[in-house]
Design a protein around this ligand. Structure first.
Ligand code: 1PR
Length: 538
């Protein structure tokens, strides 16, 4: 233990997904993190955090391969301080429907099942309210605070497990948000991604906080899930080779003045920290030249993630260049390896742009066959669907008649330059440089079928214009899929956020330029949303 440390805690890292954030959160609270990777490590642990990540089946497989199942059961049964997070809660139950039905550790009665419900958007992603059922050192004083969830499966309270249930959340029905019996605790939400509220949960676990008797149920709300506000940082090297945050108009990021330098709006790590403090619900980094650079050799981008995850305790998404590639020495890398490097550096989700378009084209050409080999399938099978975001870069294409394209058309309220009444939204690749014969609608449907967990829906026409989001596009896509859609491009003022949330089924709205130029603060957007009655994390 280092002298400055307040104490040490073991972290069960079984090598899947992003546990860096948990490590960072614990360290930010002044505690030392010790790795628990082997049965012997577990034997020596006196306080353990188990941040389950990835899919249920692969997590159990890894635990089995490493001989950790019995030692873990033993640890929990001995009532030593234990905190499971997300999958680390689910694995305590008898089993899960996920991965075709898998047995769990069998310490809490009940099974973990997929969310169901007419029109329910799954995964459940975002900040939701919890109802605390009893006083506890872990969750006292949290009423009215939102915490960050991201999952497609959940355990429900039953007669058999009621003595474990510490809090519940409502999303298409009541599910278990946290459990506690003695010193064994677990939460379905992510404290490491829940800002100051989440750090408080870790702190109380680490400091053995005692129940205060002060707990209260949040008002029973069935629509507690906040509409998310996301700050996006388009990142690339400028002409001097520095990694900068830039921002374009319709994807043109160069100054209009002579010389046409890449616009420089700041440093990625600093801006990410600033937006976290302003209350951004998530931060996204898009490596906009990733389609031509080799992301694994792009050490600065990985460094940006590592450094940001040390201070930004909300989810981080990173995109750009996620595809199979071969470097100049002839060495080949898979998209799974590229994504793995991003996760290991602190990303919670990866976003895939160009490669998703090629994958969707093949999917339709093959008669909708799933090969299991695409980047989307491989990454979601390994890291879970919630870890895969598809970034779509569409451009409006006007036609006089729907029969003029094979892609889904809608009648538009904003006719084309020659009075065309119909529009389809053409997918592009390589940062908008090349249009393809597939629409955003078709792409989104194919991606959901292949296992993507979320759609980041940009719009080249509106990017940087400040005229508001393209509601026709956002409605078309968010009506077509059952996964969350993030509206992006065109925000010019706080009202544009409330407009898009009220007019469409989008779950989140993302902006870049207005935040970078400090025309609007994230907190101003949030205040506006609150004043218009939208569920908002403040
Ligand atoms: O194709 O997998 O390598 O991913 C590349 C990623 O980089 C994609 O997600 C693509 O959207 C992004 N990208 C590529 N070129 C650009 C560019 O601007 N030249 N940026 C680019 C995309 C769009 C938004 C932007 C919103 C909000 N940027 O993310 O932040 O439009 O802007 P606003 O609020 O200022 O209107 P791959």
């Amino acid at each position: 233990m280092t002298r400055a440390s307040k104490g040490a805690v073991h972290l069960l890292d079984y090598g899947a997904g992003n546990v860096r954030s948990v490590r960072n959160a614990v360290q930010a609270l002044g505690f030392e993190v010790l790795d628990a990777r082997t049965p012997k490590d577990l034997e020596g642990a006196t306080r353990l955090i188990f941040p389950g990540v990835g899919a249920y089946g692969s997590a159990m497989d890894i635990l089995r391969e490493r001989g950790l199942i019995e030692p873990l059961r033993e640890y929990v049964r001995s009532d030593k301080p234990f905190l499971g997070v997300c999958l680390g809660l689910q694995l305590l139950f008898d089993g899960s429907e996920e991965s075709g039905g898998v047995e769990g550790l069998g310490l809490i009665p009940g099974s973990v099942d997929r969310f169901t419900g007419e029109g329910l958007i799954v995964p459940h992603i975002g900040w939701n309210l919890v109802n605390t059922k009893k006083s506890s050192g872990l969750m006292d004083g949290m009423e009215g605070e939102r915490v960050y969830f991201v999952h497609s499966y959940r355990a429900t309270p039953t007669e058999e497990n009621k003595d474990w249930v510490l809090s519940t959340c409502d999303y298409g029905g009541e599910f278990i948000a946290s459990v506690q019996k003695g010193n064994v605790m677990a939460c379905q939400f992510h404290p490491e991604k829940s800002g100051a509220t989440g750090l408080g949960v870790f702190q109380r676990f680490l400091e053995d906080a005692k129940p205060t008797g002060q707990f209260g149920q949040s008002a029973k709300v069935t629509d507690g899930l906040a509409r998310r506000v996301i700050a996006c940082l388009d990142v690339r090297s400028n002409d001097s080779g520095d990694l900068v945050v830039t921002k374009g108009d319709s994807y043109d990021v160069r100054e209009k003045s002579e010389g046409g330098d890449v616009r420089n709006l700041g440093k990625p790590v600093e801006l990410a920290g600033k937006y976290f403090k302003q209350g951004a619900d998530e931060v996204a980094f898009l490596n906009i030249t990733g389609y031509r650079d080799l992301p694994l050799t792009d050490a600065p981008m990985l460094e940006v993630l590592r450094r940001s995850s040390e201070t930004v305790f909300v989810p981080l998404t990173v995109g750009g260049g996620i595809r199979d590639f071969t470097d100049s020495n002839g060495k080949s890398y898979t998209s799974l390896e590229v994504a793995g490097a991003y996760f290991a550096s602190g990303a919670d989700k990866v976003s895939i742009g160009s490669d998703a378009v090629y994958v969707a084209e093949e999917y339709y050409a093959s008669g909708k066959k799933k090969t299991g080999k695409t980047s989307i399938e491989q990454i979601s099978n390994r890291y879970g669907v919630q870890a895969v975001v598809i970034s779509i870069d569409p451009r409006r294409q006007y036609v006089a008649e729907p029969s003029m394209t094979k892609n889904k058309c809608i009648e538009t309220a904003r006719p084309g330059p020659n009075g065309e009444k119909y529009v389809w939204f053409q997918c592009t690749v390589k940062g908008g440089r090349e249009g393809r014969d597939i629409g955003a609608y078709e792409l989104a449907i194919a991606m959901e079928a292949l296992g993507a967990g979320e759609i980041l829906l940009n719009c080249i026409d509106e990017d940087g214009q400040g005229n508001g989001f393209d509601h026709e596009l956002v409605s078309l896509v968010s009506d077509a899929v059952g996964i969350p859609v993030i509206a992006s491009s065109g925000a010019g003022c706080p009202a544009h956020f409330t407009d898009v949330f009220n007019a469409t089924k989008c779950s989140a709205a993302l902006a870049a330029g207005i935040f970078h130029r400090e025309e609007v603060l994230v907190s101003e957007v949030k205040n506006h949303m609150v004043s218009h009655g939208l569920p908002t994390r403040t």
